[in-house]
Design a binder for this molecule. Sequence first.
Ligand code: FAD
Length: 491
Amino acid sequence: MKGSLQQYLKQKIDNMSWRATDASPNRLERVMAWGGASGSVSHVYRPSTVAELRRIFETARANNLTVGFRGSGNSYGDAALNHENILINFQRMNRILEWNPETGVIRVEPGVTLKQLWEYVLGDGWWPPVVTGTMRITMGGGAAMNVHGKNAWKLGPIGDHIIEFDLLLPSGQILTCSRQENEELFHAAIGGFGMLGSFTALTLQMRRVYSGLLHVDAVASRNLGDMMSYFERHLDDSDYLVGWIDSFARGRSLGRGELHRAVYLAPGEDLEPQHTLQLAEQKIPETIMGVFPKLWLPFFMRPFYNDAGWRLVCWAKFMAARLKDGYDGISYRQPHAHFHFLLDAIPFKRAYGPGGIIQYQVFIPVQRTHETLTRLLEMGHEHGTPNYLSVLKRHRSDPFLMTHGLDGYSLAMDFHINEGNRARIRQLAREMDEVVLDAGGRFYFAKDSTLRPDVVRRYLGQETIQRFCALKAQTDPEGIIETNLWRRLFA
Ligand SMILES: Cc1cc2nc3c(=O)[nH]c(=O)nc-3n(C[C@H](O)[C@H](O)[C@H](O)COP(=O)(O)OP(=O)(O)OC[C@H]3O[C@@H](n4cnc5c(N)ncnc54)[C@H](O)[C@@H]3O)c2cc1C
């Protein structure tokens, strides 16, 4: 399917040239969603200044085109795509503007990546308060989705650590937004999936660290109940918590898996902080157990990317956790980057196969989590469409208008798409939507590929959507800013 999707997009480019007056035909590019299950053709611009950005809006207006934004394109679905229209890629607006190593306050352009950010501040004894499972995201893309990390129940999403930002409107006006100034827009543009304007600068508060290492516990857990009770027991004495679930396990083992818990080292615990805070100490290993290159992993894993093969992989991973960690757990020290971004060293996408993947991430209130996640995992089995990677995190609620956060848990599930299961997975997602809505749950646009407008209305509420649309009518009265996701869910 990927071959034919790519061919279809190439044909589109040939047929679209006629529309590309001032929007210059040589800017036409195929742009894929991170999951590889959808893609678009767009006029792609890569501005490096605000002045260029303003000119792109003028070009869009003159050519009757809409404008969508893209950071590093790490959203799994169509949030950073704008088919047959303009797509602004922010990767060239990637300068660190100000840094105060005394206070940990940093001001950056929106295309600065999380990798740039942590590498810049670590040597001074700081670390970003919220980091995602990949360090490739940009700060603009992270703010637009209000991303969370493995400490979401404790420090909330990235928006809770943004002090201020500049938002460029399609009119060319720049509004500075903070908790004191343009406060409503501040809480709506963070998590507003780029629909209210473009971030051109963001000011963030970093978090003090006294070592380049974390204290980590790894522990096997027998089932979902076991895993959740570990989370609840350790909410107060942990800085990070994350669970991997073997989604093939059933019955009394349903939800079994492996947990990782991490705690910052207190001042004095690391005897050589000047050494462990060096970038060289954070370098992610390129081999497994010092021997097997991670680059080769997708090639060797490819034969296992089917239900029977992946069941075996999950079983082996769980058994390894049971042997290595045991139910009582083991402890070790690990560099921050290893703990957070180990997967970045593995080119997983090469192993996905031609259909790509869809991630379905749900957020469930704590009182309803156990029964709801149990049901969702069972539904995957009943439909014959188990997911290949399930990750559990704990969250808290936050003050952002279009938030996905709540006091509860999220489960992110990766479904591998092929011609045989595409329709079944879409049907499964529809049925799971109802279970999530019934539990008072929420969804996340950064991961979404399957939601429909009525589901979004039901979980966000009509009033919230009206407030958001009223703000959009103020900041973008001509409706220039759009993405595929916006048209799918709100247009
Ligand atoms: C392997 C992997 C692991 C991940 N782990 C996590 C995780 O742990 N937690 C989590 O929350 N998410 C996670 N994500 C999702 C990812 O963090 C979000 O999709 C994030 O928004 C991607 O940032 P990006 O720079 O790639 O933005 P893109 O995906 O390119 O864009 C995201 C949104 O931001 C908008 N946007 C981009 N730049 C701007 C700008 N300058 N101004 C206004 N709007 C803009 C776009 O229009 C789009 O709506 C993960 C994704 C991957 C691929």
